[in-house]
Write a protein that binds this ligand. Structure first.
Ligand SMILES: [Fe+2]
Ligand SMILES: [Fe+2]
Length: 268
């Protein structure tokens, strides 16, 4: 099983990278399944029904989420999108949407996909992700493979989750920081791991937004409007190969690519 996991897709630049380059990346790695974190697709804040359709058209099979998922909650109710868009399973007090799914490939293989949110340095009512994942794995139907997107701030919490799930799932990929880490590896039990897959979006930015208003706010404390950057589009993600017999990971390879757009992005 060859899985491409794409780090947080951010705004116009991120969508355009996928529109123009996802087909060639999928072909290069002979990918069976594409999972993308989509919590920032709509200008940094959630993902709309229309953008889910576009992401699917570009080649994404399942979208995971994070702390921005409920900026556009309609995707969790629309019949055309609710089956392929996840939000973290362990949000307390949230009824809409779901935090896990089973995706079935045309050849019959299945991948159970789980989306979790970290608690460390994260505001809001969030249940323990460690207990949550136990409950999900205990009730999920038997799958060929299992994949976890752990959307969390602290590197320590992410690496502990990988230790906790080592040998129980094929891969644990971190998201949320928008900075790709240099620690992709396979744990002794066979679980592939990266602390953060990074961001597919504008590299010349403060994790997606233009840096000037953010620095102004840091210096003055005044509330300011953030503006998405569209400069220096890049692709961040990881390629993961899982053995269909043993379910163990045999490969995890970070992908970092920069692109230049030759024409203005379509206005949608
Ligand atoms: Fe994000
Ligand atoms: Fe996030």
């Amino acid at each position: 099983m060859k899985i491409l996991f794409i780090g947080d897709v951010f705004g116009d630049a991120g969508r355009r990278v996928l529109a123009e380059h996802l087909p060639e990346i999928k072909a290069e790695f002979e990918v069976d399944l594409v999972i993308a974190n989509g919590e920032n697709v709509a200008g940094g804040r959630g993902i709309t029904v229309n953008y889910v359709k576009k992401m699917k058209h570009y080649g994404v099979n399942v979208l995971t989420g994070g702390n921005h998922s409920f900026a556009q909650p309609e995707v969790f109710e629309d019949p055309k999108t609710k089956e392929i868009v996840l939000r973290p399973a362990n949000f307390s007090c949230v009824k809409r949407g779901k935090g896990s799914t089973v995706f079935t490939l045309d050849d019959g293989r299945t991948v159970g996909i789980v989306n979790l949110m970290g608690k460390v340095f994260i505001e809001g009512k969030i249940r323990c992700p460690f207990k949550e994942v136990d409950e999900i794995l205990n009730t999920m139907p038997e799958c060929t493979h299992l994949f976890v997107d752990f959307h969390a701030e602290a590197t320590s919490e992410k690496v502990c989750m990988a230790h906790y799930l080592d040998g129980r799932v094929g891969a644990v990929c971190g998201t949320h920081t928008h900075v790709q880490t240099n620690d992709a590896r396979i744990f002794p039990g066979g679980t592939a791991f990266i602390t953060d897959a990074g961001m597919t979006g504008p590299e010349y930015s403060a994790i997606g937004m233009t840096h000037e208003p953010i620095i102004y706010r840091i210096l003055t404390g005044e509330p300011v409007k953030f503006v998405q950057s569209k400069e220096d589009p890049m692709f961040n993600g990881v390629f993961i190969e899982l053995d269909d017999e043993t379910k163990r990971a045999v490969k995890i390879e970070p992908i970092y690519r920069r692109y230049q757009f030759t024409a203005p992005m379509e206005d949608d």
